[in-house]
Design a protein around this ligand. Structure first.
Ligand SMILES: Cc1ncc(COP(=O)(O)O)c(C=O)c1O
Length: 410
């Protein structure tokens, strides 16, 4: 195990970390003292700054990244989608992507991924499109941008929506544009493992005001505000006229659509605002960590590989993925057990949702239907590259990898 610099005690290398800044702590106290804790001015400020950061006109903050995926899809009911219509998603993702499609009332149609990029294979999308397809939801897995030009072209040809699952893609760029600005809407997670966090939370960005208005209604049970100045309920501080219960235009009990209960609260927004202040610093450190590992990792070439950064993209520094290659004289479990015993936290690189997640069995897919996703599901893992880690930690990881390989390949 590595020793901590300050106390010299043995310590693990954790997968994630959370930065709660002095500003967040000050805001939290202020909010608690004021008693105005539910969705209000700090959520609005967080949304405004988040939209500016990504480069969109609108941002709508929610309770989780899974809800961000689900509510973005639920917007499509206002544009002619029907229950049980289809949404195309990659077979490999964190299970939330598939769950969200089902929670929104749609059928997930899975497409295999590319082994090298971990992302949806655009050459297989068109064969999965039917009359009922309403959207493609590509995932930028571990911050690697999906092939958005190809995906958008297919979507345009078939008149369907593109909603990015950008949960893991902070800081990712594609052909000079920020990931999150490449489709009709994009969903980010603000869960504690992500680069910007509110501890629990999610947020949708979009350039379309109409989508944002529907999302504000959806996150609040599908309420509609008839005040003429806004579309939201008085609880969330959005209604300028603040109609009272019982008035002619009372909005509390007008529910225009099947909604969710998914508002962010002020305390979460306070943590997020502190994170936004530190975002460039955090991103810079993570980029440095990712770049260092990507350069050094080449030496493990024939047996273990990671993803590569293309000339026209920038990978968002979410985590460091490793894929054990066919023919390696060891299994993923052997290497991750060794790393865990050495004090390095590891996580598997998700699974093929339709064939390796028992919850999706009812959809009727069979093992072998998504060979690349299943391969990654059996052979992929990732480790943290967060802001509390530095060269010392990464060198320790590389040293352990080297020792393990030496023992297995001599
Ligand atoms: C690809 C992907 N989509 C969706 C989510 C869901 O986010 P949350 O955990 O905030 O619900 C995650 C979570 O990390 C994710 O990795």
């Amino acid at each position: 195990m590595i020793r901590s610099k300050r106390e010299g005690k043995k310590t693990r290398i954790p997968f994630g970390t959370v930065s709660i800044t002095p500003k967040s702590k000050r805001l939290i106290k202020e909010i608690l003292d004021s008693g105005r804790v539910s969705c209000g001015k700090y959520v609005r400020e967080f949304e405004k700054r988040f939209a500016e950061l990504i480069g969109t006109k609108e941002a709508v903050a929610l309770s989780s990244g899974t809800d961000a995926d689900a509510l973005a899809l639920a917007v499509l009911y206002d544009f002619g989608a029907k229950r049980d219509d289809e949404v195309i998603v990659p077979a490999l993702s964190f299970v939330a992507t598939g769950n969200a499609v089902l929670q929104a009332g749609f059928k997930p149609v899975f497409v295999d991924v590319e082994k090298e990029t971990l992302n949806i294979d655009p050459s297989k999308i068109e064969a999965a499109i039917t009359k009922r397809t309403k959207a493609i939801m590509p995932v930028h897995l571990v911050g690697k941008p999906a092939d958005m030009d190809a995906i958008n072209k297919i979507a345009k040809r078939h008149g369907i929506f593109v909603i990015e699952d950008a949960a893991e893609a902070y800081g990712a760029e594609y052909k000079g544009r920020n990931v999150g600005t490449l489709g009709d809407m994009a969903a980010f997670s603000l869960y504690v493992a992500h680069i910007i966090t509110t501890v629990e939370g999610g947020i949708i960005v979009t350039n379309k005001k109409e989508f944002a208005e529907i999302l504000r209604s959806l996150r609040s049970h599908g309420r509609a505000c008839k005040c003429g100045s806004c579309v939201l309920n008085i609880n969330s501080g959005y209604c300028k006229k603040r109609f009272q219960y019982g008035e002619k235009n009372d909005i509390r009990f007008v529910f225009e659509r099947v909604g969710y209960s998914s508002k962010m609260n002020e305390l979460e927004a306070a943590i997020g605002l502190g994170n936004l202040d530190k975002y460039q610093e955090i991103l810079g450190k993570r980029r440095q960590n990712l770049g260092y590992l990507m350069r050094k990792f080449k030496e493990f070439g024939p047996y273990m590989v990671t993803i590569e950064e293309g000339a026209e993209e920038r990978i968002g520094p979410h985590a460091f993925p490793v894929i054990v290659q066919e023919g390696a004289p060891f299994s993923r479990e052997e290497i991750t057990d060794y790393l865990e015993k050495s004090g390095i936290d590891t996580r598997t690189l998700f699974s093929s949702m339709p064939t390796q997640c028992p919850g999706f069995k009812f959809l009727g897919h069979r093992l072998g239907d998504f060979p690349n996703a299943e391969y990654i599901g059996n052979n992929g893992f990732h480790i943290g590259i967060h802001q509390d880690l530095g060269k010392r930690h990464l060198d320790y990881f590389l040293d352990r990898m080297g020792r393990f390989l030496k023992g297995r390949t001599k």
